[in-house]
Write a protein that binds this ligand. Structure first.
Ligand code: E4P
Length: 215
């Protein structure tokens, strides 16, 4: 399973990268705004800064919602760095944009996916990644991980190469359940990754080993 960090915060990206287990980064317009990154020039530079920290795929989302706009923005983003993945929303023109970029060999991540039908369309359109938002489904009382299981099952039925990128992950148990479900990637803030470290028996066991060593 690949681990991506879901943030535009460079310090957190550096900290996750220093762990040696980071495979990529996902961002979205809300995460960029949270870091105060505004204006085209600053936004493009920020993606380059991220690519210079992490040696892995970096999803950069288009703002346009029409085909021509998504193509123009996506091509500009893809030209920034070889690791940029153009993030396209799950809308009608988004499907056309996924097909366009797939035909051109530009990597894509289809975002805002909340159903298996949407995931099927994204795969057929040639998306490299599909991003089901599991935390937001949990928020409205659906089991987000069930959607991951459903998509993994469908993709395996037809050998689709689209990778299932479990997004909107809120806690470490989400990561573990997505791994059980066969998600190819989990993207989440730094904390759920760090929380995977925690077990009280690890702490008490280590304390005892060190105490015995000191005797
Ligand atoms: C995925 O690529 C999205 O950026 C993200 O996971 C959304 O998560 P949220 O529901 O916590 O905003």
């Amino acid at each position: 399973m690949k681990f991506f960090i879901d943030t535009a915060n460079l310090d957190q990206i550096r900290e996750a990268n220093a762990l040696g287990v980071l495979d990529g980064v996902t961002t979205n317009p809300s995460l960029m705004a949270k870091e105060g990154i505004k204006g085209e020039e600053k936004i493009l530079q920020h993606y380059i800064d991220i690519c210079n920290i992490v040696d892995g795929d970096v999803s950069a989302e288009v703002i346009a919602t029409d085909l021509a706009g998504m193509i123009a923005e996506g091509e500009k983003l893809a030209a920034l760095h070889k690791n940029i993945v153009v993030k396209i929303p799950m809308i009608k023109d988004g499907i056309k944009a996924l097909r366009y970029f797939s035909n051109k060999g530009i990597k894509t991540n289809c975002t805002l996916v909340f159903s298996a039908g949407q995931a099927l369309l994204a795969a057929k359109a040639g998306a490299n990644y599909v991003s089901p938002f599991i935390g937001r489904l949990d928020d409205i009382s659906y089991d987000g991980v069930d959607l991951i299981k459903q998509i993994v099952h469908i993709y395996r039925n037809y050998n689709y190469e689209t990778q299932v990128l479990a997004a909107s992950i809120r806690h470490s148990m989400h990561i573990v359940r997505c791994a059980e479900a066969g998600a190819d990637v989990a993207t989440c803030p730094l904390q759920p990754i760090l929380d995977l470290l925690k077990h009280p028996l690890t702490d008490s066991g280590l304390e005892k080993f060190l105490a015995d060593h000191r005797k």
